[in-house]
Design a protein around this ligand. Structure first.
Ligand code: FEO
Ligand code: CA
Ligand code: CA
Length: 649
């Protein structure tokens, strides 16, 4: 880990306003993050936190460990629900790692699961034992999927069939799941199970659909793109569609971007000479080569909306939500029924965004919401030193977003979302990832994973210097901010333009003064964490934090649970440790809080000694099968209490 040179800690600000109570949400809009079981209590000022303050979380905390197995607390059960290569329908093609085919993979669970979203069946219910599970598959690791390939040679050696398998292994899975006794099973009685892959036709909608930048040889109208990637986290709309963030598609294009008409847009979108052409797609498909198809790259890095209840529905890329490296897209509902989508742009010095629909959603007519995400206001966050937060509208014609400054129309603003946010003076953040509303208290939490390149005041580019919301330079361990929308008469307004913000925790080892970490003083030696990534929220309003840091952190990635209110505020406890090399992603609870779905991504990618595993043979785990000839397999697991009570309770 690089040397630490932190600035002085900033005193915590605490808003003394009445807590916002989420009293106006429809029942369906609670799903996934906290039913409002009770009104939130006033937060205590940090100075009033007792050193021995108890956590509301009753599970016995794990000790830190890194090994080939995964670990969960005593009194809990862990079930592997589905692994890479398992058929998504009963009777489908079985996993055959010695001879994978694209045809089979298209009917099997994909690789590297990230987003998990549970939707009760029927949708207008709180059914916590039968529903749909929508899962994203963020990326593939060819040399850990196919025997014989190595990290050094796989790009040259990938065959056409292997590349076709990769294209079928990314995207999204829709699974019908049901609890039978104390175990969950994947079924397909409703006929809704499906895969969406890099070969699935997807409609482009919103202001950028049909734009000249979207038109390609294969799609002269610029309205239909083949495939989605890379599908990171996402969210759930109130009307029961799933949003998937495309995060960093540039890594999969080949060629010299400098020959494109707008190379500066590629550079602002993010380009790494060492990481492009990751799967060798361009070798077999011309559209992934810049020189053959100069516009294909414009058609990725959007938010995709998928209707899991209609297996024939074409997914839709919603361009009104902007173009950047979309980590997620969590939704909440404003008091007037407009839907608010919270989105982080996961790169160093990038921004937090919010989209507010122009119209309220219609709870009585699902079809009426079909194109709701095509009209609305995208905005970007500016954090004030005084604890204020302003959402600045990315609306063409307003402020600097005019032709004089290179913005021809709203579509142009959206294609150049990052440049438009630069022009507005948004606050550059330390790699925003998890961004989720706590529906019990109304507050919103954002995970800033880390930023080794953050500079002290007075050094380098001003945009890269510390600011109040990103106070450490460098910031190798990340932090979690608490954003506070205004409320009136107990009703939270997530659509308001002026919020407040506070620091929830500064990550790192709180016993190492030079790190300037800040958690609850009673945090154990196993409970503090670094590199917060995905966030979840249980029905009681506790935050569940997945990390994405090692090997730099010195211990395995894990899942931690932490109170956001009361005497245990900011007191995390270590709940689950995935196998070596894995991060866990997207903790998502059933409405009753008794089942926790969790993705286990890239098991074995890193070895016990912290180095990268260069091939299947080089991996230190073959989780979860631990069987000869079977590589480690990303999976979705289910965690529950043996006694059937609420997880964490
Ligand atoms: Fe897909 Fe930003 O993690
Ligand atoms: Ca992430
Ligand atoms: Ca991450």
């Amino acid at each position: 880990m690089s040397s630490r040179n932190f600035t002085r800690p900033r005193p915590t600000r605490r808003q003394n306003a009445a807590p916002p109570f989420a009293t106006v949400l429809s029942r369906r809009s609670f799903l996934g993050c906290g039913a409002a079981l009770s009104a939130g209590a006033l937060l205590p000022a940090p100075s009033s936190l007792a050193a021995e303050a108890p956590s509301s979380l009753t599970f016995p905390e794990l000790a830190r460990v890194t090994d080939a197995a995964d670990h969960w607390p005593a009194g809990y059960a862990r079930q592997v629900l589905i692994r890479w290569g398992d058929p998504i329908r009963p009777g489908g093609p079985a996993f055959a790692p010695e001879a994978p085919t694209a045809a089979d993979q298209g009917q099997q669970f994909g690789y590297n699961a990230d987003l998990t979203v549970y939707l009760p069946l029927p949708w207008d219910s709180q059914n916590s034992e039968h529903g749909l599970l929508v899962v994203s598959h963020e990326y593939a690791t060819p040399y850990q999927m196919f025997a014989g390939l190595t990290a050094d040679d796989y790009r040259e050696r990938l065959t056409a069939e292997q590349v076709a398998v990769i294209k079928a292994a990314v995207g999204l899975s829709v699974l019908e799941v049901r609890k039978a006794g104390d175990r969950w099973e994947v079924i397909d009685e409703a006929g809704l199970n499906r895969r969406v892959t890099l070969d699935t036709p997807i409609r482009l909608s919103g202001p950028c659909a049909g734009h000249a930048r979207m038109r390609t040889g294969a799609d002269p109208d610029g309205r239909t793109v083949i495939g989605t990637m890379p599908n990171c986290n996402g969210g759930l709309t109130p009307w029961g569609t799933v949003l998937s963030g495309e995060e960093g598609a540039m890594d999969y294009f080949a060629g010299d971007y400098r020959a494109l008409p707008e190379p500066e847009l590629v550079e602002r979108q993010g380009w790494d000479e060492d990481e492009n052409d990751e799967y060798g797609l361009g070798k077999f498909e011309a559209r992934f080569r810049f020189e053959a198809e100069p516009n294909e790259w414009n058609r990725f890095d959007w938010v995709v909306e998928l209707d899991p209840f209609d297996p024939t529905a074409m997914p839709v890329k919603r361009t009104a939500l902007g173009r950047f490296t979309h980590e997620g897209a969590q939704c909440v509902t404003a008091p007037d029924g407009r839907v608010v989508v919270l989105m982080g742009d996961d790169d160093d010095f990038e921004y937090l965004y919010r989209f507010v629909t122009a119209r309220p959603w219609n709870p009585d007519d699902r079809a009426a919401n079909r194109d709701l995400l095509d009209e609305g206001t995208l905005a970007v966050a500016r954090f004030g030193e005084d604890g204020s937060l302003v959402w600045l509208p990315l609306v063409w014609g307003h402020g600097p977003l005019t032709p004089d400054n290179g913005f021809a129309d709203q579509a142009d603003v959206l294609f150049k979302t990052r440049l438009a946010a630069d022009a507005l003076g948004a606050t550059p953040m330390d790699a925003p990832e998890g961004f989720i509303a706590n529906r019990v208290t109304g507050r919103v939490y954002v995970a800033l994973t880390e930023n080794e390149d953050r500079l002290p005041r007075g050094e380098g580019d001003e945009a890269e210097q510390v600011n109040a919301a990103n106070p450490r330079a460098p910031n190798p361990d990340g932090h979690v901010l608490e954003l506070i929308p205004p409320s009136a008469s107990g009703v939270v307004d997530w659509a308001a333009d002026r919020w407040r913000w506070d620091t929830f925790c500064l990550c790192g080892d709180p016993t190492a003064p030079e790190q300037q970490a800040r958690f609850h003083p009673a945090t154990s030696s196993a409970g503090w964490f670094t590199d917060p990534d995905n966030l979840g929220c249980d029905p009681r309003g506790r935050l569940w934090v997945c990390t994405d840091g090692p090997p730099d952190a010195g211990f395995n990635d894990a899942l931690y649970a932490v109170d956001t209110d009361g005497p245990g505020r900011a007191l995390p406890k270590l709940f689950y440790i995935p196998p070596v090399g894995a991060e866990c992603c997207s903790p998502w609870f059933t409405p009753d809080g008794r089942t926790l779905f969790l993705a286990v991504q890239h098991p074995g990618e890193v070895k016990l000694d912290g180095s990268d595993a260069a091939s299947i043979a080089d991996m230190d785990t073959a989780w979860p099968d631990h069987a000869s000839g079977v590589p480690a397999r990303p999976a979705v697991i289910v965690l529950s209490r043996v006694d059937g009570a609420e997880v964490g309770a």
